[in-house]
Design a binder for this molecule. Sequence first.
Ligand code: NAG
Ligand code: NAG
Ligand code: NAG
Ligand code: NAG
Ligand code: NAG
Ligand code: NAG
Ligand code: NAG
Ligand code: NAG
Ligand code: NAG
Ligand code: NAG
Ligand code: NAG
Ligand code: NAG
Length: 289
Amino acid sequence: MAAFRRMTFRFIVVEMVLLALASAERAATQVKRGCQSECEGVQIPYPFGTTPNCYLSEHFFINCSSSTAFLSHSNIRVTNIILNGSLHVMKLVARDCYNKNGTQASYLTTEFSLSTFNISNTRNKFTVIGCDSLAYIRGHIGDRYYKAGCMSFCNSSQYIQNGSCIGAGCCQLEIPKGLSDVRIRAHSFENHTNVSDFNPCTFASVVEQSQFNFSSSYLLNVSERLPMVIDWAITRNGTCKEANNSSGHICGENASCYKPDENDTSVYLCRCKEGYDGNPYLPHGCQGI
Ligand SMILES: *[C@@H]1O[C@H](CO)[C@@H](O)[C@H](O)[C@H]1NC(C)=O
Ligand SMILES: *[C@@H]1O[C@H](CO)[C@@H](O)[C@H](O)[C@H]1NC(C)=O
Ligand SMILES: *[C@@H]1O[C@H](CO)[C@@H](O)[C@H](O)[C@H]1NC(C)=O
Ligand SMILES: *[C@@H]1O[C@H](CO)[C@@H](O)[C@H](O)[C@H]1NC(C)=O
Ligand SMILES: *[C@@H]1O[C@H](CO)[C@@H](O)[C@H](O)[C@H]1NC(C)=O
Ligand SMILES: *[C@@H]1O[C@H](CO)[C@@H](O)[C@H](O)[C@H]1NC(C)=O
Ligand SMILES: *[C@@H]1O[C@H](CO)[C@@H](O)[C@H](O)[C@H]1NC(C)=O
Ligand SMILES: *[C@@H]1O[C@H](CO)[C@@H](O)[C@H](O)[C@H]1NC(C)=O
Ligand SMILES: *[C@@H]1O[C@H](CO)[C@@H](O)[C@H](O)[C@H]1NC(C)=O
Ligand SMILES: *[C@@H]1O[C@H](CO)[C@@H](O)[C@H](O)[C@H]1NC(C)=O
Ligand SMILES: *[C@@H]1O[C@H](CO)[C@@H](O)[C@H](O)[C@H]1NC(C)=O
Ligand SMILES: *[C@@H]1O[C@H](CO)[C@@H](O)[C@H](O)[C@H]1NC(C)=O
């Protein structure tokens, strides 16, 4: 009985070691050989990488030099890279804040360029918080210029409805498809003088909708950064159709390409074929399951 237990135990130990090896191998297949797979707890799968030999192109550069994962040359903090084309980030919130006597206390305009990536139009909203507030968002959709604004008023925090952005304390706009290169400015009409007791600032940012639930407490202050989702895709080496041919192939073995947006033929993503799992962007990233 004891011998049997010992054997079973040994078997389990061996199995655990094998499992550990298998998962180490799986983790190793997320990056190119010799590349950093993590930056302060954020996994960096290929095509993303922290050095030129580790990423596909400059767009996929993650700057980990200050032990924070910044996207390319921006000050956007990356929190999660998903291989199906989503990049979860924390973006600085634009603000315009006043002292009770109406003099400006602080002001921050935010600006960021996503090169070939776009702000997700389905997952984010342009969000303005304040009771004497006006904010603008401007950017580019391809070559086209885009500018829009949102206003929000209230004269008491008692009239605020938690959970809804209806222009009283909080105002939201949809994001147009294909927006990148964004600049956000926050302003006030009367320096928040009539509302200074409960709302000294106007705040504005592009915010991930599923992570945002407006509350009157936001009128006092919000975090320095709020979550946002970026859509990424591969723009190199031709269309999806061409990528599936042998030449100019980015997707690896046992992987195929697909268009994240049926109407945009200039970009594509890769995924492992059925029965395979791993990183479809690496030559041998997809392994049988
Ligand atoms: C990476 O970020 C640091 C500061 O966080 C900056 O000094 C450095 O220039 C950046 N590197 C590149 C290549 O952009
Ligand atoms: C990517 O996968 C996550 C779940 O892992 C899902 O929530 C998200 O909607 C997917 N995104 C796209 C663009 O398919
Ligand atoms: C307004 O208030 C700020 C901070 O309370 C103070 O530093 C500043 O001197 C005041 N300005 C005037 C003109 O009273
Ligand atoms: C409001 O603030 C602006 C600076 O943003 C300042 O130029 C202006 O004099 C202020 N107005 C009042 C009434 O304090
Ligand atoms: C807010 O404005 C409404 C309409 O102008 C007014 O009836 C109400 O008394 C105001 N409330 C406060 C707290 O100033
Ligand atoms: C938002 O918060 C309110 C309470 O403040 C709650 O009733 C509502 O269900 C929340 N909505 C979401 C989507 O979490
Ligand atoms: C971003 O949007 C532009 C303009 O619509 C489009 O040409 C480009 O392919 C999009 N990029 C991605 C990664 O989807
Ligand atoms: C702010 O207060 C002043 C004086 O109480 C009043 O004249 C003005 O209409 C108020 N502004 C707003 C936007 O309520
Ligand atoms: C809204 O939520 C805050 C806490 O997040 C709470 O202090 C406030 O009383 C709530 N307001 C209403 C109208 O429910
Ligand atoms: C508001 O929040 C920011 C970021 O969390 C913080 O730096 C700042 O001190 C806060 N301001 C106040 C008045 O609490
Ligand atoms: C993609 O195209 C570039 C030139 O545009 C070429 O240098 C590179 O080898 C191609 N990559 C693949 C995997 O074919
Ligand atoms: C593609 O374009 C067609 C026609 O303009 C439109 O009905 C459809 O919703 C678009 N698909 C996506 C994913 O945007």
